[in-house]
Design a protein around this ligand. Sequence first.
Ligand SMILES: Nc1ncnc2c1ncn2[C@@H]1O[C@H](COP(=O)(O)OP(=O)(O)OP(=O)(O)O)[C@@H](O)[C@H]1O
Length: 250
Amino acid sequence: MTQPFFVVEDVCLKKDNRPILNHINLSLSEGQIHVLLGVNGSGKSSLAYTLMGCEGYTSESGRILLDGKDITHTRITERARMGISLAWQEPVRFEGLPIGKYIELGASESKREKVIAALEAVSLSPKKYAYRAADQTLSGGERKRVELAAIYAMQPRLAILDEPDSGIDALSITDIARLICEMAKHNSAVLLITHRPELVEMADSASLMCFGSIIFSGSPRETSQYYQNRCEPHLNILGSQPWQISLNNS
Ligand SMILES: Nc1ncnc2c1ncn2[C@@H]1O[C@H](COP(=O)(O)OP(=O)(O)OP(=O)(O)O)[C@@H](O)[C@H]1O
């Protein structure tokens, strides 16, 4: 793995005077897939928004560095230009716009080919979808695929994927896994927020968030085992839904 180009140093965030992120440290290299695990409300999406530079999510302390340059106070549009992109947990609505046009907006080069390749990468037929305008007949799962296709076409330096699997059926999870691997092969770093074991397994590294802090980092296997041993029993006691993750051969 090459030297990290994206480094998060000691980042803290408060909302309504409440700490949401506590001294987060993270680094990513080109082509690295890093999984962020954690129960609901542990701060995963807040970290994604902070790294993307979303309004209201500027860290009070610490630094975010891209190629050694401090981008902690750089606006979201500039960060996008620098090659950081975020696939939201709830896909962006682009009603009225043909799907192909939406994907083309951020495509890096040779746009028509990119749109076709991106749609094929998420198993949507270009013939059927490229000219179809987004409207209420587009399902949640289809929207999720289009959002991922748009990110794929961009070939960002860092793709932050916030639960790309939500609303996606079990059979289609292999399409998502393949797409993420393709992105990494094209040298994008991927920060992947997910609860799906199939996606955790293919990552290079993982971190576990709890109450706004990263409490464990290691291999995906070690991290999910840490979760199972330390977090799940507490969730069971609290009567919450256990977050189910089981890696093969573990
Ligand atoms: N804009 C905000 N104002 C106040 N509190 C917020 C805001 N955004 C997030 N929080 C709080 O920060 C905490 C972390 O939320 P966040 O959505 O980042 O967690 P998460 O790990 O992504 O959860 P999930 O898995 O349910 O998506 C929660 O307690 C949430 O209520």
